[in-house]
Write a protein that binds this ligand. Structure first.
Ligand code: AMP
Ligand code: MG
Length: 400
C-alpha cells in the first residue's frame, strides 16, 4: 500500500498541463495565469500627493507661520506642471501630481488661504506626503507570475496594467459519475433500502472550486457492463473522470472491473489513508480517472487530497496540493497504526493567538451532516495511536 504523499507524487506526474486561452478580464476570477504579468508603467506614474493641501518647497517654510503665494491648483486628473519658484505654493488634492520644484506637501488642516496667499503653520520634511514616481512598481517589472490564481485583489493589478485580456490555463473538463444501485436522485423520495445521491453534488462543487467545468452524469447502478460503457463515454469528453462508489471489496464493487475491461492503466488502488483507503487512480487515454470510495466523507477527503491536486496541476498552479499548516489540537484524537488519518475539524483562534484545531464530534465517517461544519482536516501520521490535546498537529484547510 502506498502513502498519501507517494500517491500525490504519482498523480502530479500524470497530470498534463492544459493549453492556455485568452479570457476577458471580467471573466478571469479564479483562473490560473498562463503568462507573467508585466507593469506597462511606473507606479505611481508621477510624484503623487498623499494628502489634500499645498505643494511647497520645504526650505520656504522652515520658519512658521510662513506665507506663500498660491500660483495654481493640481487636482487628480488635472495636474499643475509649471515649476514652483521660491515663495510659491500650489493647492493640491490627494492623488494629483506634485508640480516640479515642490519637494513636499503640507496638509490643508494646518493652513489658511485668503486672497491668493496661504499661511502655513507647520514646516515640512522633504518628501513629506509625496509618493514618489515608481516607488511601488517600476515599468517592466513582473507583478504577477504564471501559475498564480487570480483572486479579487489581483483583478485590480491586472486592470491597472491594462490587461483587458489575459492568458490563462484552460479549465479542466471534469465528468462526475456516482455509482450504486441504492442511489436515487435529489428530487426522488428514497424507497426502502435507498438513499439520495449526495456525492455527485459535493464532488461537482469541489471540482468547480478547483477551477474545473463539470458535467454531472446520470446515476449509474452497479452493473459492470454498463459501467464500462459509461466510463468509456465520459472519459472520451473529459480531462478527468471522478467516480464515487464501487471500489471496496464488496460483491457489487465493479469500478475496477470496468477499468480493467477497458484496459485502463491503474496506478494505484489502495492508499494508506483513513478514510479513503480503497481510492483508485487510473488513466484511460489522456483522461485521468479517480475511483473514490462512496462514503460521503471519504469522497470529500480523497477528492481534495488527490483529484483537486490533479486539476490544479493541469492548470499549472504553483501550489496544486492542499497547503499544510501547524495548529494546536484542542481535544485528544485517535490515530491508526497502519494508516494516516485525516480527521475533520473546525479551526478557531485561542486567546493567546494560537490556531486551534477542534476535532468534530461526529458519528463517524458516514456522518456527512457533521462533516458539513468542518473547515480543516487534522493529519495524524500513520503509526501514532493517539495525539493529546495541546500537542501540535499538521492540518489542511478544506476548500469552500
Ligand atoms: P461504496 O463505496 O459503493 O461501497 O459505498 C459506500 C457507502 O457510501 C455506501 O453505504 C453508500 O450508501 C454510500 N454512498 C455511495 N455512493 C453515494 C452517493 N453518491 N451519495 C451518498 N452516499 C453514497
Ligand atoms: Mg456502491
Amino acid at each position: 500500500m502506498i502513502s498519501v504523499s507517494e500517491a500525490i507524487g504519482i498523480i502530479k506526474s500524470q497530470a498534463q498541463r492544459l493549453p492556455a486561452e485568452r479570457v476577458a478580464l471580467a471573466y478571469a476570477l479564479g483562473r490560473v495565469l498562463a503568462e507573467d504579468i508585466v507593469a506597462d508603467s511606473d507606479l505611481p506614474p508621477f510624484n503623487r500627493a498623499q494628502m489634500d493641501g499645498y505643494a511647497v518647497r520645504s526650505a520656504d517654510i522652515e520658519r512658521v507661520p510662513a506665507r506663500l503665494r498660491v500660483v495654481g491648483e493640481s487636482a487628480a486628473g488635472r495636474g499643475w506642471h509649471e515649476r514652483l519658484k521660491a515663495g510659491e505654493a500650489v493647492r493640491i488634492m490627494t492623488g494629483a501630481p506634485v508640480p516640479p520644484g515642490a519637494d513636499s506637501v503640507q496638509k490643508v488642516e494646518v493652513t489658511r488661504e485668503a486672497d491668493g496667499v496661504v499661511e502655513i503653520d507647520e514646516a515640512t520634511e522633504p518628501g513629506q506626503h509625496i509618493v514618489t514616481r515608481a516607488s511601488e512598481i517600476r515599468e517592466n517589472e513582473v507583478v504577477l507570475s504564471a501559475g498564480e490564481e487570480i483572486n479579487a485583489a489581483k483583478m485590480a493589478v491586472l486592470a491597472s496594467f491594462g490587461y483587458a485580456e489575459i492568458l490563462v490555463s484552460k479549465r479542466p473538463r471534469v465528468a462526475v459519475l456516482a455509482t450504486g444501485t441504492e442511489l436515487v436522485n435529489v428530487n426522488e423520495k428514497p424507497g426502502a433500502d435507498q438513499i439520495r445521491d449526495s456525492n455527485s453534488y459535493s464532488l461537482s462543487a469541489y471540482a468547480q472550486l478547483a477551477g474545473a467545468t463539470v458535467e454531472r452524469l446520470p446515476l449509474a447502478g452497479d452493473d459492470p457492463e454498463l459501467l464500462k460503457l459509461e466510463i468509456e463515454d465520459a472519459a472520451s469528453r473529459s480531462d478527468a473522470l471522478i467516480l464515487s462508489g464501487g471500489v471496496s471489496m464488496g460483491v457489487y464493487d465493479f469500478t475496477k472491473t470496468a477499468l480493467r475491461a477497458l484496459d485502463a492503466e491503474i496506478f494505484f488502488e489502495r492508499v494508506s489513508l483513513r478514510p479513503g483507503k480503497p481510492t483508485v487512480f487510473a488513466r484511460l487515454g489522456r483522461t485521468l480517472i479517480f475511483g473514490l470510495p462512496g462514503n460521503p466523507v471519504s469522497v470529500s477527503v480523497t477528492f481534495n487530497l488527490f483529484a483537486r491536486t490533479a486539476l490544479r496541476a493541469m492548470q499549472g498552479c504553483l501550489d496544486s496540493e492542499m497547503k499544510e499548516e501547524w495548529a494546536v489540537l484542542a481535544r485528544n484524537v485517535k490515530g491508526a497504526i497502519e494508516r494516516a488519518s485525516y480527521l475533520p475539524a473546525e479551526l478557531e483562534t485561542s486567546e493567546d493567538g494560537r490556531l486551534l484545531a477542534q476535532p468534530l464530534k461526529w458519528g463517524g465517517s458516514s456522518d456527512f451532516v457533521a462533516f458539513a461544519r468542518a473547515t480543516a482536516l487534522i493529519i495524524v501520521p500513520e503509526g501514532l495511536r493517539s495525539v493529546d490535546a495541546g500537542e501540535r498537529v499538521r492540518i489542511v484547510h478544506l476548500p469552500g
